[in-house]
Design a protein around this ligand. Sequence first.
Ligand code: MN
Length: 201
Amino acid sequence: MNFDNYYPFAAVPLQYPLDALDPNISEYTMYFHHDKHYLNYLNKLNELLKDSPLMQNVPLEGLTKTEDKDVKNNAGGVFNHELYFSSLTPNYREPSSRMKEKIIKSFGSVEEMVKKLIEAGMSVVGSGWVWLAEDRDGNLVILTTPNQETIDFDKYTPLLVIDVWEHAYYLDRQNRRSEYLAAVMNVLNWLAAEKRLGEQS
Ligand code: MN
């Protein structure tokens, strides 16, 4: 993740074609999600910061914690979506031995962690996010946040995030969030998660 990300924010292109995650996530969903939902947050954030020189000196993850509700919401929308799109890959690979060791230490097994990620996703009421993060003792934890809120970056390094807003799955699966969560497990980018281990802002 880029923790040195300042205004004006530039859109991060998808690192894979729009249809690359199909059938787990369709091209149609990825198009609306990246090119419409995400870009709307980004454009809105740049617009809000246009006349605020003080805010222009705050990095993106700081803006997700600001008092200004509009800025906070749109900065969260940008940060969370950029992490989400980079949490997915068409080239699925199992967690490496280093990552697997951490998973087993924190959850008992990869299967148990997957079960807990899905349960956490189902537990979010309304719109929100499921995070796999590393705490300051090096343990992995699963957290959820509502709306466009982010986790506490002083306490946790985000490794992966899963969008459980309806727009992430409604076009493909209508109200079947559990089907979407199961499909996401097939395309999680464990290599990217591992690269974030130990990162701090
Ligand atoms: Mn979204």
